[in-house]
Design a protein around this ligand. Structure first.
Ligand code: NAD
Length: 331
C-alpha cells in the first residue's frame, strides 16, 4: 500500500468515550508510552517523537507513561514530544514503582515522585496520577497513605484525577471497594488471550462509575509481529499460541495485531485500550485497525486456537495480593 493509500484507510474521526465520571473524554485508542523508554527493545527517539505527533494529529489524546518505563527515559522522551502540544492530550503517569524490584508507596515518595515527573514531562500538572502495580505494595498502606497523599496532590492542582494500576484483578477490585478512585488500569486481562477482567473487575468499575483503562491489547507483544520480549512473564505455550495465531491470520490475509486491537476496542465499558507504540507505522496500523471488520469465521478459529491457554494467569506481586489461579489452565 502506498503512503497516501495507507493514510486514506485511517478512519477520519477518532471515537471518544468518557473516562468514568471524571468529565474527561478519551480516545478509544490510547498511546502506551512504555516502548518510548525502550521497555521492549531499543527504539529511535526521533521516530518515537514523530509517532507521538502522528497519533495526536489523528485524534489519539490519551497518553500513559510512568517513571519506571526505561527508568525515567519514557517520561523524558514523551515530555519532549509533547512540548507545544500538552493541551491536546490527557496525560497519565504513575508513582510507587521505580525499578524491577524498587517500590515505594509512601506519601513522601509520592509527593517527590510527581514533582520529578512534572519536570520530565515539562508540565505543571498531569491529568491522571496512578499508583503503579499495587500488588507489590501493602494494600493497607496504599488505601490509608498512598491514595490520601494523591488526593492532596489533586487538591493542589498537580493531578486532576487519581487511579490505580496492576495485574491481579481481585486486589485492584479490593482497593477500589475500600477507597474512592477515579480510574483503574488493568493490563493483560482482556484481549484475545484472556477475558477475566469482565468477570472480576468490570462490574466493580461499572458499579462505582470508575474509568476503566484496558492495557496491553497485544498481551505485551505476544500478539504483535515481533518476538515477545525476553522478560515476558507468560510461559512458552502462551507465546507459541500467539505465534500460531499470527500465522493463521496471515494465511487469511489478515494482520493479528489489527484483529487483536479491534477485539479490545469493541469492549462495552472500557474507556480506552492502551497499545504500546514507538513508530509511525505502528500508529498508522493501529489507527487503521479501528475501522476494521473482523470476519466471524476467523474469530472462531482464533478462539479455538488459543483455547488451551485462554485465561492463563501468571503470578505477580506479593503472595497475599495474587489472584488465586483456580480458573487458570494448567500449562
Ligand atoms: P502491548 O500489548 O501494547 O504491546 C506492545 C508491543 O506491541 C510493543 O513491542 C510494540 O512495539 C508492539 N506493537 C504495537 N503496535 C504494533 C503493531 N501495529 N504491529 C506490530 N507490533 C506492534 O503492551 P504494553 O506496551 O505493555 O501495554 C500498553 C501500554 O499500557 C504500556 O505502554 C503502558 O503505558 C500501559 N501498561 C501499564 C501497566 C501498568 O500500569 N502496570 C502494565 C502494562 C501496560
Amino acid at each position: 500500500m502506498s503512503a497516501t493509500a495507507e493514510l486514506a484507510a485511517i478512519p477520519a474521526s477518532m471515537p471518544m468515550r468518557p473516562l468514568g465520571r471524571t468529565g474527561l473524554s478519551v480516545s478509544v485508542l490510547g498511546f502506551g508510552a512504555s516502548p518510548l523508554g525502550d521497555a521492549f527493545r531499543v527504539t529511535d527517539p526521533a521516530e518515537g517523537k514523530r509517532a507521538v505527533h502522528m497519533a495526536i494529529d489523528h485524534g489519539v489524546n490519551f497518553f500513559d507513561v510512568a517513571p519506571y518505563y526505561g527508568l525515567t527515559l519514557a517520561e523524558t522522551r514523551l515530555g519532549d514530544a509533547l512540548a507545544g502540544r500538552r493541551d491536546k492530550v490527557v496525560l497519565a503517569t504513575k508513582c510507587g514503582r521505580y525499578g524491577v524490584d524498587d517500590f515505594d508507596f509512601s506519601a513522601k515518595r509520592v509527593n517527590a515522585s510527581l514533582d520529578e515527573s512534572l519536570v520530565r514531562l515539562r508540565t505543571d500538572y498531569v491529568d491522571l496520577l496512578q499508583v503503579h502495580d499495587v500488588e507489590f505494595g501493602d494494600v493497607r498502606q496504599i488505601v490509608e497513605e498512598t491514595i490520601p497523599a494523591m488526593r492532596r496532590l489533586q487538591e493542589q492542582g498537580k493531578a486532576r484525577y487519581i487511579g490505580i494500576t496492576g495485574y491481579p484483578l481481585k486486589t485492584l477490585a479490593r482497593i477500589a471497594e475500600s477507597v474512592p478512585v477515579d480510574t483503574i488500569l488493568s493490563y493483560c486481562r482482556y484481549n484475545l488471550m484472556i477475558a477475566d477482567m469482565d468477570e472480576i473487575l468490570t462490574p466493580v468499575a461499572k458499579r462505582h462509575g470508575i474509568g476503566l483503562i484496558n492495557a496491553s491489547a497485544l498481551h505485551m507483544g505476544v500478539l504483535a509481529e515481533d518476538e515477545a520480549p525476553e522478560w515476558h512473564p507468560a510461559p512458552a505455550p502462551v507465546i507459541e499460541a500467539g505465534r500460531r495465531a499470527a500465522v493463521l491470520c496471515k494465511e487469511r490475509g489478515e494482520d493479528l495485531t489489527a484483529v487483536a486491537l479491534r477485539f479490545c476496542a469493541d469492549h462495552g465499558y472500557a474507556s480506552t485500550t492502551l497499545v504500546g507504540m514507538s513508530t509511525r507505522k505502528q500508529v498508522a496500523d493501529n489507527l487503521r485497525a479501528l475501522g476494521k471488520q473482523v470476519d466471524g469465521r476467523l474469530k472462531k478459529d482464533l478462539e479455538a486456537l488459543v483455547a488451551p491457554v485462554f485465561n492463563y494467569v501468571w503470578p505477580s506481586g506479593r503472595p497475599e495480593n495474587q489472584d488465586a489461579h483456580d480458573s487458570s489452565p494448567q500449562i
